[in-house]
Every structure is written in structure tokens, then in C-alpha cells.
Design a protein around this ligand. Structure first.
Ligand code: COA
Length: 115
């Protein structure tokens, strides 16, 4: 069944999936859940195309939030290019805890609405 609150984009090279992006509508804010490309496909403008699609689908009527590892400078710069900024908030949910128990520190970034 399709959930109208979620949208997935998949990047394929031939038959192989090489990247994806997931976005969802939230109550107060919309959310960019994930964006990921295999290493070989990074730095070629594909991430920009994916994020453009996600931002178009989400619209700008609500703030858009995302979580990113605090040491992922590449992704942080990438999001900043689109107008996201660090909110200063740390995120600690179950997704950031590895099976070993180690925690990957995640920070919140926000793209303000255009309302
Ligand atoms: C982060 C990610 C999605 C970016 O996608 P990408 O295809 O590599 O980025 P693009 O080639 O589309 O770059 C888009 C723009 O960001 C810029 N950019 C990319 N990395 C940058 C960096 N480290 N510093 C400054 N600008 C950067 C590019 O120059 C480009 O700008 P331009 O349009 O003005 O030329 C991709 O690298 C990725 O999947 N990384 C691994 C997974 C990851 O970290 N995901 C995010 C976790 S939340």
C-alpha cells in the first residue's frame, strides 16, 4: 500500500540501485529522512537533483528538518548550499545507536519555510 505521507526516489545505473532519497510530511515540520549515494556516484550533481526533487515534493509551506552526523562535513556543506542551517540541537534517537552500543552524534538542520 502506498503511504501518501512518504515519498521515495531511487537512482539506478542500469539495473543497479546506486542511491536513494526519502522524504515525509510531518505535522509541524516536513522531514528529509535520508539521502544517500554510493561513493562512486557522489560529487556529480546527482545528490542535488535528488534534493531538488524532495524539496519540490515537500514544498516550502513548513520548515524542513533533517538529522546528520555532526562530523559529516561533506553532507553539512551540501545541505547548507540549499539553505539548511544547523539549529544547535543534538538528536539522539534509536537510529543513531550502533548494535555495539556506540552512538553516532547527530545534529539537526533546518530549512525555514517560505511562509
Ligand atoms: C551528501 C550527498 C547526498 C551529496 O550528493 P552529491 O551528489 O555528492 O552532491 P552534488 O554533486 O549534487 O553537489 C551538489 C552541490 O553541493 C556542492 N558540494 C558538494 N559537496 C560539497 C562540499 N564538501 N563543500 C562544498 N560544497 C559541496 C557541490 O559543489 C554542488 O554545488 P554546485 O551545484 O554549486 O556545483 C552524497 O555525497 C552522499 O550520498 N554522501 C554519502 C551519504 C551521506 O553523507 N548522506 C547524508 C547523510 S544525512
Amino acid at each position: 500500500m502506498t503511504d501518501p505521507l512518504w515519498h521515495y526516489w531511487v537512482v539506478k545505473d542500469g539495473g543497479k540501485i546506486v542511491g536513494f532519497c526519502i522524504a515525509r510530511y510531518g505535522e509541524k515540520r516536513n522531514i528529509l529522512e535520508a539521502i544517500h549515494l554510493l561513493l562512486h556516484y557522489q560529487g556529480q550533481g546527482i545528490g542535488k537533483q535528488l534534493l531538488d526533487k524532495a524539496l519540490n515534493w515537500l514544498g516550502r509551506s513548513k520548515d524542513i528538518e533533517l538529522g546528520v552526523s555532526e562530523y559529516n562535513n561533506y553532507a553539512i556543506s551540501f545541505y547548507e548550499k540549499f539553505g539548511f542551517h544547523k539549529t544547535g540541537k543534538s538528536l539522539n534517537d534509536e537510529m543513531t545507536v550502533l548494535p555495539s552500543g556506540r552512538v553516532i552524534p547527530q545534529i539537526e538542520m533546518l530549512l525555514p519555510s517560505l511562509k
